[in-house]
Design a protein around this ligand. Sequence first.
Ligand code: 5RP
Length: 265
Amino acid sequence: MDWGMKNRLSQVIQTDGHCFFMPIDHGYFQGPTSCLERPGETIKPLLPYADALFVTRGVLRSAIDPVKSKPVILRVSGGTSMVGEDLANEGLTTSIREILRLNVAAVGMSVFIGTKYEKETLLNLARLVNECEDYGIPVMAVTAVGRELEKRDARYLALCCRIAAELGARVVKTYWCENFEKVTNGCPVPVVMAGGPRCETDLEVMEFVYDGIQKGAIGINLGRNVWQNKYPVAMMKALHSIIHKKATAKEAHELFKEEKNKARK
Ligand code: 5RP
């Protein structure tokens, strides 16, 4: 692997081999998502516990301090909205010149496998990999499901992750599911877990993150289950302990409760 590629990957994946990405890219199709109306304010207290930010160029330029930023994974796909016809109809939004100008550590884009736009989004991934590899920029593929959250099972997600890796993604982001080892075992590149909509309980978040890590995920890219929580800093600290300190779900939950009580005082 070339020096530049290695250097960029090591900015987002820590020396323990694990990572905690903080996504704040939701506005690119959802608009001002709840708790992310002012993304710069939302993430300020959370940043110390995150390894990288997943963000679009618009929010990067308008809300993130270039002097004190965490490494950036730039969201470079889009072109759809919650009120539009089909969330799967995404294209590439950001040129390679812009990616270089913003000096990012990696880029990320969604693929929509099994939809009408499967081929287009997969070829966009291949195109992005072709361009980014020339400059040593890792591409993270996001196996998106749009509104069809029920698609999140091991058979489908394993298929998506493998295809994304075959097309050249250096990292794949996907959802946690039952039998998650089937997803990681079939994927030759590191797998990172997304969160999805809010879980019913805090413990549930810690349990699926712990399970996924035990089954081979290298880390998480969790947004709503963190910054929509009433105690987001406590949540960050708890999840950080699973990712980087080998805590169990139960230990992380204890930490969460301690931190939550401190924040209440
Ligand atoms: C949207 C994304 C988000 O980055 C991803 O879904 C993670 O955020 P959350 O944990 O809120 O689901 O890729 O397509």
